[in-house]
Design a protein around this ligand. Structure first.
Ligand SMILES: [Zn+2]
Length: 322
């Protein structure tokens, strides 16, 4: 059995609180919506209330002890060193969305920023091929924006991954094809973004880096990482990655009051088609229109994404190898 699966089994024995939260997932409510032929799953998961409503403002972050630093973790939480990278370690996430759910923090406390770590991200995705590995940018759902980390969750739950074969052909426009990697732009996908596929880790890392660079050109502050969610999984020995650029951390409805408020804080999981509602009333009330609006509120507009795709094509290292 792979190392990460063994870690999970050990933690289910040694950590009753976490085990209880995984047990509770068995009785979770979920329902599917079909929007323009795309499946979106809504999950009611009260254990996520803490993270959906997390205060991730700079001052709040500064005041709390960092829960991803080794010294502040619960005594029961075991950490595993893994071959994928000497700079990261593997933890079981005690507040799961997935039947197996891991956090992959950098060993050193450092800001959430994926540049320079994309190859490691891909390696985790390769080595944990029963999972989707994902990255939430600092203002795109990361509950620890001050400590670099990825997450990994069991395959089979996020429609973008499970329904990949059914949507891929009709909803992607090929952009760049290199040796070992290619990018297509998503279209008619409810949220704008890119699909990156390939077999070569270095090519893919370069493609991701280039997309991030062109996104950075569209924003005012160049030194800040563009807002993104990134997902990756293996299919037939090939990486499949979805990169969703964001324009907002939270949708308008998050700030409404009364009946029109939805406590939904989209991150990679939501961009992957699995909406997590931490409150029962949100789960019960949510309509197709709400889902469309949530995606529209947090996603970068089609126009900006089109402009980025055009910019990407002008990059010298994005020309096909002859
Ligand atoms: Zn830390």
């Amino acid at each position: 059995m792979d190392d990460h699966k063994q870690l999970f089994q050990r933690q289910m024995v040694a950590w009753p609180m976490a085990a209880g939260n995984y047990q509770a997932l068995n009785s979770i409510l979920s329902k599917d919506f079909i929007l323009d032929g795309l499946r979106i799953r809504l999950q009611y998961n009260p254990a996520r209330l803490v993270s959906s409503a997390a205060n991730v403002s700079a001052s709040a972050i500064q005041k709390r002890p960092c829960f991803l630093c080794a010294g502040n973790r619960p005594a029961e939480q075991e950490c595993l060193k893994v071959p994928a990278s000497a700079d990261f370690e593997l933890l079981v996430n005690p507040f799961p969305v997935f039947p197996t759910h891991y956090t992959i923090p950098a060993i050193q406390h450092q800001p959430q920023q994926i540049r320079g770590h994309i190859a490691e991200f891909l390696r985790f995705s390769h080595d944990m091929n029963d999972c989707v590995v994902f990255y939430n940018g600092p203002r795109c759902g990361a509950s620890a924006p001050d400590h670099l980390h990825f997450q990994a969750g069991s395959k089979g739950l996020m429609p973008a991954e499970t329904d990949f074969r059914t949507w891929k052909e009709a909803r992607t426009t090929p952009l760049v094809r290199l040796d070992g990697g290619r990018i297509s732009q998503l279209n008619g996908f409810l949220r704008a973004g890119w699909l990156l596929e390939g077999t070569n880790e270095r090519t893919l890392a370069r493609l991701v880096e280039n997309v991030i660079n062109v996104l950075a050109m569209t924003q005012a502050t160049v030194d800040e990482e563009p807002m993104i969610n990134l997902l990756s999984w293996m299919e037939n020995e090939e990486w499949k990655m979805l990169l969703f650029p964001r324009k907002a951390h939270r949708p308008t409805c998050y700030f409404n009051t009364g009946n029109t408020r939805f406590l939904i804080s989209p991150a990679s999981v939501e961009m992957g088609g699995l909406m997590v509602a931490a409150r029962l009333q949100d789960f019960e009330r949510m309509t197709e229109t709400d889902i469309r609006q949530i995606y529209a509120d947090v996603s970068l507009s089609d126009d900006v994404v089109n402009a980025c795709s055009t910019l990407l094509l002008t990059k010298p290292d994005m020309q096909p190898s002859l």
